[in-house]
Design a protein around this ligand. Structure first.
Ligand SMILES: NC(=O)c1ccc[n+]([C@@H]2O[C@H](COP(=O)([O-])OP(=O)(O)OC[C@H]3O[C@@H](n4cnc5c(N)ncnc54)[C@H](O)[C@@H]3O)[C@@H](O)[C@H]2O)c1
Length: 386
C-alpha cells in the first residue's frame, strides 16, 4: 500500500508551496525539535503531508484519524514507512477507533493538532493527568472550537487551545471554497447524476453552506437554503437562493446537504415528506447530523446500488438514497478538499503547532485566536506563489 500512498503524498507536496516555504523558514528554527505532537485530523494525503512537515521540523509525530471512514490506508502505510507512528485503519469499528485514540494519547502528546476536539476530549476524560504535560492544542473545525469553548466554560482548559478554524485563512477558504468544491466532486462522482436544474437543499448557511450554495449555483442547480439564523437566511436570500423552512424544502428538494454541525438536523418527519429519489448527504462534522436510525426505521428494505450509496426503500416502493453512510461525503466518498486549500489550512495548523511548541503555556489558557499577522503572512505567501 505504501507505494500508492507515497505517490499521493508527493502530489500534495508538489502543490503545497506555502507549507514548503514555511518548512524552510519559520518551522526550521528548532522549536519543534523533540516535541511530541499528535495529529488527529482526517487521515488522508494532505493531513499526512502536514504530519511529515512537522516530523521533518524535528517533532516526534503520532498520527490518528479523526473519523475511521475518512482514513486512507495507503496514506497511513506511506506515513508509517517514513517513520511517523500511526494508529489508524480505514473503517474500523468504534471500539477499535477508541483504542487507537487512547494509544495515541498514551504517547503523552505535548502539542495536539485536533479535529472536532476528538483527542482533546478523550485525553481529558480518560487520561486527565496527561493534561499537565500539554503545551497546547490547535483545533481544525467549527465543531471542535465549539466543543473547546464548552470545556473552557466548565473550567477544564488549563492549557492554550488555538482556534485554527477561526483563522481567516482557514474558514474563509477551507469551509467555503473547499467544502463547496469537494462536496460536489464527491457527490457527482458517486452518483454519476446531473446537477444542472436539480433542486439542491443546503441546510445551514454558515461558511460551509455559503460555499455549497455558491458551488451548486455555479453548476446550474436550483439552490434552496434552510437556515435558523434570520440574518444568515436573509444573506442567502440576497445571494439569490430560495430560503424556506426545512419541512417545506423536504417536499420540493431532490438533493439534501447538511452543513450545520448540529445533531439530527434531518429526522423521521423530513424523510417521510421527501420525494422518492431524494438524495441525502452530510458535509458537516459527523454522521450525527443525519438521524440514521429514523431513516432505517422508515425503510422496508435497503439496497446498495453503487459504492457509497445506500437506498432506503419505503413501503410505497420509493427510495431515499444516503451517501457515504451519512459521514462527511467529501472526505468519506472523495479525496477531501483541494490540495491548495489544505495548503492554507495546514499552514495555519503548522504555525499554530510551532507557536505552541515555542511558547506553550506562556500564551495563556483557554481558547485563543490565531494571530492576525500570521494570517496575513500566509495570504501574502500564497499570493506570491500565484
Ligand atoms: N465537510 C468538510 O470538509 C467541512 C469543512 C469545514 C467545516 N466542516 C463542518 O461543517 C459544519 C459547519 O461549519 P461552518 O463553518 O459552516 O459553521 P457555521 O457555524 O459557520 O455555520 C453553521 C450554520 O448552521 C446553522 N444551523 C444550525 N442548526 C441548523 C438547523 N437545524 N437547520 C438549519 N440551519 C442550522 C447555524 O445557524 C449556522 O449558520 C461544522 O460541523 C464544521 O465542523 C466540514
Amino acid at each position: 500500500l505504501a507505494e500508492a500512498g507515497q505517490r499521493k503524498l508527493v502530489w500534495v507536496e508538489q502543490h503545497s508551496p506555502v507549507l514548503q516555504r514555511l518548512a524552510a523558514t519559520r518551522l526550521a528554527d528548532g522549536a519543534l525539535r523533540g516535541v511530541r505532537v499528535s495529529v488527529v485530523v482526517h487521515l488522508e494525503a494532505k493531513t499526512a503531508y502536514l504530519a511529515l512537515v512537522l516530523a521533518r521540523a524535528g517533532a516526534i509525530v503520532t498520527a490518528s484519524g479523526s473519523n475511521p471512514s475518512t482514513t486512507q490506508d495507503a496514506v497511513t502505510a506511506a506515513l508509517a514507512r517514513q517513520g511517523v507512528r500511526v494508529f489508524a485503519t480505514h473503517g474500523c469499528p468504534p471500539a477499535e477507533f477508541e483504542a487507537q485514540l487512547l494509544a495515541n494519547i498514551d504517547t503523552a502528546p505535548e502539542v495536539i493538532v485536533d479535529d472536532g476536539a476528538e483527542l482533546t476530549q478523550r485525553l481529558l476524560r480518560h487520561r486527565p493527568e496527561l493534561a499537565r504535560g500539554l503545551r497546547g492544542v490547535t483545533e481544525e473545525t467549527t465543531t471542535g472550537v465549539a466543543r473547546l469553548r464548552d470545556l473552557e466554560s466548565q473550567g477544564q482548559l488549563e492549557f492554550p487551545a488555538i482556534a485554527a478554524n477561526d483563522a481567516a485563512l482557514k474558514h474563509l477558504f477551507d469551509n467555503r471554497y473547499g467544502t463547496g468544491q469537494s462536496t460536489f466532486e464527491a457527490i457527482l462522482a458517486t452518483t454519476n447524476l446531473l446537477l444542472a436544474g436539480r433542486r439542491v437543499v443546503v441546510i445551514g448557511y454558515g461558511w460551509c453552506g455559503r460555499g455549497l450554495a455558491r458551488a451548486a449555483a455555479g453548476l446550474d442547480a436550483r439552490v434552496l437554503v434552510c437556515e435558523l439564523d434570520p440574518i444568515k437566511a436573509l444573506e442567502a436570500h440576497c445571494d439569490g437562493c430560495t430560503v424556506l423552512p426545512l419541512m417545506e424544502a423536504c417536499r420540493d428538494g431532490e438533493l439534501f446537504i447538511s452543513a450545520t454541525g448540529a445533531a439530527k438536523v434531518l429526522g423521521g418527519a423530513h424523510y417521510a415528506a421527501m420525494r422518492g429519489g431524494a438524495i441525502v448527504a452530510n458535509a458537516g462534522h459527523s454522521s450525527e447530523e443525519i438521524d440514521l436510525a429514523a431513516l432505517a426505521a422508515l425503510a422496508v428494505r435497503t439496497e446498495k446500488p453503487r459504492p457509497h450509496i445506500e437506498a432506503f426503500v419505503r413501503e410505497d416502493g420509493s427510495r431515499i438514497y444516503l451517501l457515504a453512510g451519512g459521514e462527511l461525503v467529501n472526505i468519506a466518498a472523495g479525496d477531501g478538499h483541494p490540495v491548495e486549500i489544505m495548503d492554507l489550512s495546514f499552514s495555519v495548523q503548522a504555525l499554530a503547532a510551532h507557536r505552541l511548541a515555542a511558547h506553550g503555556r506562556a500564551l495563556g489558557r483557554g481558547v485563543l485566536s490565531f494571530p492576525a499577522e500570521l494570517d496575513r503572512e500566509i495570504a501574502a505567501a500564497r499570493l506570491e506563489t500565484r
